[in-house]
Write a protein that binds this ligand. Sequence first.
Ligand code: GDP
Ligand code: MG
Length: 440
Amino acid sequence: DLGSSLRGTLDTLRGKSRISEEDVEEVVKEIQRSLLQADVDVSLVMDLSDRIKERSLDEEPPKGTTARDHVLRIVYEELVDLVGESTDIPLEEQTILLAGLQGSGKTTSAAKMAWWFSKKGLRPAVIQTDTFRPGAYDQAKEMCRRAEVEFYGDPDCDDPVQIAREGLEATSDAEVHIVDTAGRHALEDDLISEIEEIDRTVDPDRSLLVLDAAIGQGAKDQASQFDESIGIDGVVITKLDGTAKGGGALTAVDQTDSSIGFLGTGEEVKDIERFEPESFISRLLGMGDLKQLTERVERAMEETGDEEDDWDPEDMLKGEFTLKDMQKQLEAMNNMGPLDQIMDMIPGMGGGIKDQLPDDAMDVTQDRMRRFEIIMDSMTEKEMENPRGVGQTQVERIARGSGCAEEEVRELLQQHKMMERTLKQFQGGMDGDMQRMMKK
Ligand code: GDP
Ligand code: MG
């Protein structure tokens, strides 16, 4: 995917301390490709590109940082700026009005948000005012049953404003009122005047625009019209479990000068997430968890106190894997946390591949690590480089020298084999771009 080629480009900067205009140009090109593919508006992408170029060349990299880290940090900061912070949703009494076109996911999101508030200890109620779509009442009621939250609707009434008013009264014990509205296939005048009237009646604390992740530049008109009529405070992006990355919604955010509040990631009521800039960026770019990864790498480097040792989890995937590498990595892992968590942060290594591995492959406890280190201290340079050449005589010698059992020495060699195999498997499981990048 695109994220891995961006990563590849960043990696070519790793050895450099100064960055050229060409280098920046290359990085920016990759980012542009990813963002445009994710439906982010061209002008937003161009603004971002300009700022990244300018800052990368103008700003002096802080002492001790490589060109790669410098650019990575600027790219990250600018992306955070692009997607914005999460909409402020205080955990207190409030009324939320949902707006959006038909099928965008309003009713589903209403139930999901109610579920979310109930998990936060607040008592929510959903009020369904859609009298337009046949079955809207039943659908909302069923979703709220599944979310185990209070629901109000009136299948016999065809006045949405009346339902809204009566709904607020009927659910006055609830702390959070979520008012679901009707949508249309397009923005029609009657839809706008209806939602304006509901807006006046319920006087919401915040109005959220619900957008399908697949929305492209159509987001612009919708956002500005709803913003004009009721004022949009935040955006909910739904269906992020599909292939769409939701970049079009950024246009709506830009247009309404608002932010993103929630993400819908499935059809069930629990499939809702608060928006977080970091993970959304990772999703947009198709990379693993960018921020977490860079932070961890930096921290691990600091703690090993070895500046030249530019160890990166991705290095595990490249070339030969010797016992020396294993020793370095065990050391660094000590500072980084469990290997399987690190694996999760590397793009292209989702749970799928991990699940196929033997349990032991990831199980290197601190205790075992310490024993391994003692054993490795008794091994020769040659044995470290070529652990497969270590035979029974050497095992005996190493065991004597380290004061460990022969069994433990064999365990170490076994562990090395397993890790090596694991990494090979990962390489096999990765997509084309990533593989190509690794071979560079
Ligand atoms: P509304 O017309 O705006 O109220 O939209 P609905 O809530 O009825 O949703 C329209 C369709 O999209 C329904 O089939 C939902 O199950 C589906 N849907 C809503 N949110 C999500 C989501 O986050 N993921 C997936 N996969 N489907 C969703
Ligand atoms: Mg609906």
